[in-house]
Design a binder for this molecule. Structure first.
Ligand code: 26W
Length: 802
């Protein structure tokens, strides 16, 4: 089918016409996408079957990555790349006068995630398959992914996302593998001889139907699966009101919660979590049972990873199966469970730590609640042995306390490995946030610094740069990204540096076109493209960025001789619909954009662009075009960041705080190739503990700050729609929790250095090259290699069937 341009072309044409019953000329880009997608999926299925046979035959240990989010983005281009058939397809289409890029644009993003955590899961799947590791994802097939964002008068408006409107060519529905998940009802105990048994009665069941999506490895014939569960009514509902029952069931996989970090505590969310976990664990056990007969060896063949605490009910669910269905004893079941499960923490922000009130938990999941209670009791008893009399410690560590179930505590207690996502983050977990648990079981804790797949974020997103790198150092780095360090040989090669700069320039031109199309703003191609794209959060400090823009504006207005190096400030960010403050910041950025872009004296030097609906496919256009990467979170708050790595790999230079993985980027490239500013994590944490920060002093003593902050309320950036008092108040009345004013001057100073350094074309290009050369470490292949070896104990199976 893809063996030659000719055969591809003829099959494509025939299929196109037979599928749609119209002549080739009449088909739309969407028709063409659908048919090409189907062809690719068919091609994949052959390898999919072989991969599964290999796994079955070798009985290889398998990891299941449970995640409430998978932010995949588009799949066509990525699958073509990994299958190694991009060129054949591109050439064939070209002969038909079709541009592959346009077909790719007909695909909607699979946006089943909020941000970092969900995208990390997607990168991990790509790496697992590319490293030929037996590892599958388990998630929810939300009918609506993360909302579509529009700006109306500068305000964010959310529209329901509709990724399944045209169907999904990549998925395979497997109704024969559906499983029933019970909710509500009551638990009855009875005796079977000596044994106390439990029965869940009068439950309301929901059917979980799996849809499998192929995850294609990079040119290695490996195809793993992402199994997404869809909620449907059970065939025999005992309900009288069938319509009502249908609606309530389908609600479970209707929508992705658009909230990151704020735990809303809604029943539906807990339902989603148990739905994911119960369906996944049942299907994991079923597949284990097909190949193995002793359930006691489960942990030798299966590893279950929980991505943050959202799937933590996998722990009591596995216990339930081992106890109630397999009839093992508690100790035995517990040992198997903890040896099977491992857990990653993605945030230390207390608002994000999940806690469920017993009043919600217990009636919804009666049997699971009993098990959690017993886990808690046994755990507290163990603690008592070690810390007899230390009530306070035991209370603080308990899984159930003050009428709440603490999901992070359950995750730590019920797994054999707990990891953070960057060196600094893990240290903070060990020595602050989870210190009591670290004291109790230090050997559980470990770090796995995040990574990104260089296949999507470099090879796919930046083909020109990929070509240049190949010319410079060959292509070993494609399978071994750490080999990118070979580029260091070229750091003084002027010709190479010029070509690198030219590619950046081309990518900037492409992005400028997109900006013009979407916003009507014309940007200066010679300006610095200074980019901040990520979820909108107070701690990520988009505010610091925009206040600095206002400062540049003020200064230009008051001093006609002040001419900053021209800059285009580019933003992309969604705010959680209920996050009032974040939405204010969006309005502020849009208001500042209006002010700056329409000011005759300023707009030749500064432009502000806020791109709507930031998502994976847009990100792929943005990273390759960035000169400066804004990673300016309050130190200690950003667990890792992964955007920072995508920018770096595409040759942008970081302007950042010593936070998350920025610290590790800094360590690899040295201070000349990154712009570091602001408080360190230690200092921030000391201020939180001991006080001593008074934001008003910075307001009073720094005229730049005063003018900018006053501008929020005195009419400069306020308009008929709204003033920015809440932001003003957060800075002055609530003592600026995120140290925006404290870090302002060192940020402004770093920006000034950037302005000066950028004009030295060769020097800047060298920084860019050094960033690229050292980005291989941040490939998710390295990260997944570490998880596989240290946590999951899985390896590439022997290829038995040639
Ligand atoms: C309770 C709702 C909720 C939803 C999502 C709480 C917390 C989350 C996530 C933990 C938020 C998240 O995406 N965290 C990000 O994870 C990335 C991948 O590890 C890190 O790079 C980011 O620093 C971290 O903010």
């Amino acid at each position: 089918m893809f063996s030659s341009v000719q055969s591809f072309k003829s099959i494509f044409l025939k299929k196109l016409e037979s599928t749609y019953g119209k002549s080739f000329e009449e088909t739309t880009k969407q028709d063409q996408y659908q048919v090409l997608g189907q062809m690719v999926r068919e091609y994949i299925s052959e390898y999919w079957i072989l991969t599964n046979e290999k796994y079955r035959f070798t009985k290889a240990k398998t990891v299941y990555y449970l995640s409430i989010e998978f932010l995949l983005g588009r799949l066509l281009g990525n699958n073509l790349l990994n299958l190694g058939i991009t060129d054949v397809v591109k050439k064939g289409l070209k002969e038909l006068n079709i541009n592959l890029d346009e077909i790719e644009e007909a695909e909607s993003d699979a946006g089943l995630g909020n941000g970092g955590l969900g995208r990390l899961a997607a990168c991990f799947l790509d790496s697992l398959a590319s490293l030929e590791l037996p590892g599958h994802g388990c998630g929810i097939r939300y009918k609506h992914g993360l909302f579509e964002q529009k700006f109306v008068d500068g305000f964010q408006v959310e529209l329901p996302e509709q990724w399944l409107r045209q169907g999904n060519v990549w998925e395979v529905r497997k109704p024969d593998l559906a499983v029933e998940i019970p909710f509500w009802g009551r638990v009855q105990t009875y005796h079977d001889g000596e044994r106390l048994c439990f029965q869940h009665l009068e439950a309301e069941t929901i059917m979980a139907v799996p849809y499998d999506m192929p995850i294609v490895g990079y040119r290695n014939k490996t195809v793993n699966a992402l199994r997404l569960w869809s909620a449907e009514p059970s065939p025999l509902p005992y309900h009288k009101d069938v319509m009502q029952y249908k609606k309530e069931t389908e609600a479970v996989s209707e929508i992705l919660y658009p909230d990151d970090t704020h735990d809303e505590g809604k029943i539906l969310r807990l339902k989603q979590q148990y739905f994911l976990v119960a369906a996944s664990v049942r299907s994991i056990i079923r597949s284990y049972r097909k190949k193995n007969n002793n359930i006691r060896d489960l942990h030798e063949k299966v590893s279950i990873h929980i991505n943050d605490t959202h799937p933590v009910l996998a722990i009591p669910e596995l216990m339930r199966i081992l106890l109630d269905e397999e009839r093992l004893g508690w100790e035995e079941a517990w040992e198997i469970t903890t040896k099977t499960i491992s857990y990653t923490n993605h945030t230390t922000m207390s608002e994000a730590l999940e806690k469920w009130p017993i009043r919600i938990f217990k009636p919804l999941l009666p049997r699971i609640y009993m098990i959690v209670e017993e886990i808690n009791e046994r755990f507290c008893r163990e603690l008592w042995k070690k810390y007899e009399g230390d009530w306070k410690r035991i209370e603080e560590m308990a899984i159930i306390a003050h009428d709440q179930v603490k999901m992070a505590h359950l995750a730590i207690v019920g797994s054999h490995s707990v990891n953070g996502v960057a060196y600094l983050h893990t240290e903070i977990l060990k020595h602050r946030e989870m210190n009591l648990f670290y004291q109790y079981e230090p050997e559980k804790f470990n770090n796995k610094t995040n990574g990104i797949t260089h296949r999507r974020w470099l090879i796919k997103a930046n083909p020109e740069l990929t070509k240049l790198i190949k010319e410079g150092i060959g292509d070993k780095w494609i399978r071994q990204p750490e080999q990118l360090t070979e580029l260091m040989r070229l750091k003084d090669d002027e010709q190479f540096l010029i070509r690198l700069k030219d590619i950046k320039q081309k990518n900037k031109e492409k992005l400028a076109l997109r900006i013009l199309q979407q916003t009507g703003t014309k940007v200066d191609l010679a300006s610095i493209f200074d980019v901040q794209v990520k979820r909108l959060h107070a701690y990520k400090r988009q505010l610091l960025n925009v206040l600095h823009i206002l400062y540049l504006f003020n200064r230009m207005k008051e001093d006609r001789n002040f001419k900053p190096y021209p800059r285009t400030f580019i933003f992309g960010a969604k705010a959680s619909p209920g996050y009032y403050y974040a939405k204010k910041i969006i309005k502020l950025i849009n208001t500042v954009a209006d002010l700056v872009n329409n000011d005759k004296e300023v707009c030749d030097y500064i432009k502000v662009v806020f791109l709507e609906n930031y998502r994976v496919s847009l990100a792929e256009e943005i990273f390759p075009a960035a000169d400066v990467s804004e990673q300016i979170s309050t130190a200690s708050k950003e667990a890792s960041g992964t955007g920072n790595m995508k920018f770096m790999m595409n040759g942008a230079v970081t302007l950042g705080t010593m936070d998350g993985a920025n610290v590790e980027i800094f360590e690899r490239i040295g201070s000349e190739n990154i712009y570091i500013f602001g408080l360190r994590a230690e200092e921030v944490m000391n201020y939180y503990q001991n006080g001593g920060y008074h934001s008003r002093e910075y307001y009073h003593y720094d005229r730049r700050i005063r003018e900018v902050v006053d501008g929020l309320v005195n009419g400069i950036v306020s308009d008929s729609y709204g003033h920015f008092e809440p932001i003003y108040d957060s800075l002055l009345m609530q003592n600026d929790q995120y140290f925006v004013l404290k870090d302002f001057s060192s940020y402004a100073e770093a920006q000034e250095r950037i302005g000066m350094d950028f004009s030295n074309v060769l020097e800047w290009s060298k920084k860019s090259l050094i960033n690229i050369a050292n980005s291989g470490y941040f490939s998710s292949d390295r990260t997944i290699g570490e998880y596989a070896k240290d946590i999951w104990k899985i390896s590439t199976p022997q290829n038995v069937l040639q």
